[in-house]
Design a protein around this ligand. Sequence first.
Ligand code: 4NP
Length: 154
Amino acid sequence: MPIKVTFVCLGNICRSPMAEAVFKHKIKQSGLERQIEVDSCGTGSWHVGEEAHPGTQRILQQHSIPYEHTARRLSQVDLSEANYLIAMDKQNIKDILRSGPTRAEVGLLLDYAPELGIHEVPDPYYNNRFEEVYQLVNAGCDGLLAHIRKKEGI
Ligand code: 4NP
């Protein structure tokens, strides 16, 4: 069974779809596609069924990262099947834990990149700073991948 990593944000249109695409790209470059499965979801339902925000799409295109996304809401299946539930901010963590019990490792993406000194990925839905978010997400994904490889022995 592959290790399942699910990124979580509020709307599942800006930050977590970006993290999903960036992390998938790194998994592919590392030749770990068969060992690690990646997806994303949101704690809110307003944007379910929508594609990624145009700002997220533009940034991913600029960095030549492939993506494909339809927004969906966090479900009980995520709680029971994910090995890692990786949140963008502290409110996401609260909302995940409030949704039910999970055996997944629940963490903040940027806690895997402690050198940044920033714990939460700011929401670009309100400030449009998608490039700044990309830089943070990219560093967080590097740290997360190193953590998973070490913990899982892959
Ligand atoms: P995301 O950004 O959580 O990074 O996808 C947001 C998208 C939509 C809303 C808030 C944040 N919203 O309030 O609709």
